[in-house]
Write a protein that binds this ligand. Structure first.
Ligand SMILES: *Cc1c(COP(=O)(O)O)cnc(C)c1O
Length: 228
């Protein structure tokens, strides 16, 4: 199946679900992204800053780019002028830098807090207590150039359906709790980014609003992705 066919399949499947499809184009070249763009896709996810910047420079300017991989503080400045959503905020320090660079660019940058839900040592993210601590910090409360619009999580690799479901459920419960505690009257806090090629159906069942799909759109990546 071509990239366009794969996208069409997702488009049909997601119709009426209220779920946004993020096409994860990491390690795929600009030609592949352009092919998806020509098929109507406008939101793309990348996990390496340099690749993201190169693609942003060469591809159509109405693409919305999402950063979905671990972001080093010293690289925020390269994506701050154009990034549409940073899904991988995993520390207060990073959020402080995003706020600073957003101010420099006279923007407000939308962010998701990445929550650690997997049963693995390798995944980045905040645990529940850290997320709450961040949201209660004076530094966060003073920020004017970032907006937290939801949470993101990555389930364990090769887990059973039961475990994956449990992890997504855990994230949904946290999302609902944070919504009530910190964003009760704030409509823009509404995104729950969970689900990838292998587990997006379970994620949607558990309340995902945003799925991040790479290999089942673009084909299996030739280069192994670094652990996210
Ligand atoms: C690579 C990646 C995806 C997409 O994974 P696929 O299994 O190729 O769909 C989604 N989210 C994150 C954070 C990733 O790094």
């Amino acid at each position: 199946m071509s990239i366009a066919d794969n996208l069409l399949k997702y488009k049909k499947e997601l119709e009426g679900e209220g779920v946004e499809l993020i096409a994860v184009s990491k390690f795929n070249n600009a030609t592949a992204v352009q092919e998806a763009y020509d098929a109507g896709q406008r939101i793309f996810g990348e996990n390496i800053v340099q690749e993201l910047v190169e693609k942003q420079e060469t591809l159509p300017k109405d693409i919305q780019w999402h950063m979905i991989g671990h972001l080093q503080t010293n690289k925020v400045k390269y994506i701050a002028p154009f990034i549409s959503l940073i899904q991988s905020v995993d520390s207060l320090k990073l959020l402080i830098e995003i706020n600073k660079q957003a101010l420099k660019n006279k923007r407000v940058i939308d962010c998701l807090l990445q929550i650690y839900i997997a049963d693995e040592e390798t995944k980045f993210g905040l645990d529940h207590a850290e997320a709450v601590e961040l949201l209660m910090s004076e530094e966060y409360l003073a920020m004017e150039n970032i907006r937290i619009t939801g949470l993101m999580g990555i389930a364990s690799n090769q887990a059973s359906d039961k475990q994956t479901k449990d992890e997504f459920q855990e994230l949904k419960v946290l999302f609902d709790g944070i919504k009530v505690s910190f964003f009760r009257k704030i409509d823009t806090f509404k995104e729950l980014s969970m689900g990838m090629s292998g587990d997006y159906k379970l994620a949607i069942e558990e309340g995902s609003t945003m799925i991040r799909v790479g290999s089942s759109i673009f084909g299996t990546r030739k280069i192994k992705a670094p652990k996210a």
